[in-house]
Write a protein that binds this ligand. Sequence first.
Ligand SMILES: Cc1ncc(COP(=O)(O)O)c(C=O)c1O
Length: 462
Amino acid sequence: MSMSGKLRWPFISVDNSGSMTVDGASVKTLVEEFGSPLYVLSEKEIRNRMKRIKKAFPYKKLEIQYAAKCNTNLEILRIAKEEGLELDASSTGEIMLGLLAGFEPGKITFTNLHKKEEDWLFAAKIGVKAITIDAVEGIPQAEAAGKQLDKKLKIFLRINPQIKRGRYSTIHHQYGIPIKQAKFAIDKVLEQPHLELVGFHFHGSYIDNKNIHWIAAKKLLRLAKYAHDKGARIKYIDCGGGFPVQHTDKKVFQPEDMGEEFVRQFREKVAALGLPEPTLIFEPGKFIVANAGVGLVKVVSVKDLGHIKAAITDGSTYAFVPDVLAYGWHYPILPATKIHMPPEAKYHIAGCTCDDIDKIGRERKMPYLERGDILSIMDCGAYSNVMTSNFNTLKRAPMVMVKDGVARLIRRRDKYGEMFAQELDVLKLESRGELNKFTSFARQKLKVPIDELQLPEEAKPK
Ligand SMILES: Cc1ncc(COP(=O)(O)O)c(C=O)c1O
């Protein structure tokens, strides 16, 4: 059987030459135009997933926040805004990106494990929707920021409900206040004159069971009742992201499989506890973009290792799909320019660094591969580009968004000048002489255009 029998992506098809197309754009043309490696995203699929998750939870006071960290590309943020989503930001940098994409500060929630004083002040000054406290130690920090600004800050308490169901467990998660400390944290926040406790937060990461969000929500609602009885007005219950992503033929639960039941149980519990109806927030990340992303790499050589072949590509786990190393992620890899051909041999699909662990895929059955073939790494729209490094001083790949066969560049390839900038800046601080030595070396020996090095003004030749 050819590889095309297995396609499960609605935006993928195969053209007359047997090559893959992404939402109508041929992978050959994309690589010719933008080079490789290259990330390709389907706009239709992203929008469809944003719509789907909203529809899956039939609850009037529902807010879906896109978790920026999984792919911070400004164009995705802009689309999220256009689709009526809000933003979950995990740093001041992500809040800035949200603002650049056009989000009102009141549509951004700031959730992470650690905020410096400057982060508290920035988020509080611009007036984000809420700031999440992740540990009891964060309470005095938050109060100090509120006091400094003479403002009452809207606070979520992030809770680790310490759930265990089958193989899924949050017991050892380092994020969130362990549930045993939750009431203590609530009491402490309620004592602070510059903090207003408005919500509870849970995030469950790699959730594999459609009941987990509800089990967590139930615990958050009980805490909301405790706070309510002490005079707090809890307006938000935030159940985070963690919706699973299909990476193999094994199906995973979809928001539609649990949304209605979740809402029914949620409503009933709110009524039973006598709470005012809170706004319900979810923060999907990978569910929105993972399956909508395709990574294209080119085979540059093929080596027969005896027991197996290695197809060396111009991609790398480090600079392109690092979660293969970080999480042992298994991406489906398709022979994008030989999609109708039957698998003939097993290959390691290797990255181009001198590092044996730099394997994008191991022991994958492929048609015979040769230099110039394009391979597509499927489902890599989330946690790939954002986690990459320049290891081996490789440039990170560009990203294009495809819609109805037309691709537009939404992130360009790295430039050497910016990759070296942090160190050139240090040289500048250390000694003018050092920098001059470097610039003349670059100019004379490497013939690097001086502008590409982005040198500070005083170091440029006059
Ligand atoms: C607070 C928070 N919300 C949402 C997300 C998105 O998670 P996912 O991509 O699993 O949906 C994350 C990811 O780490 C997170 O930390």
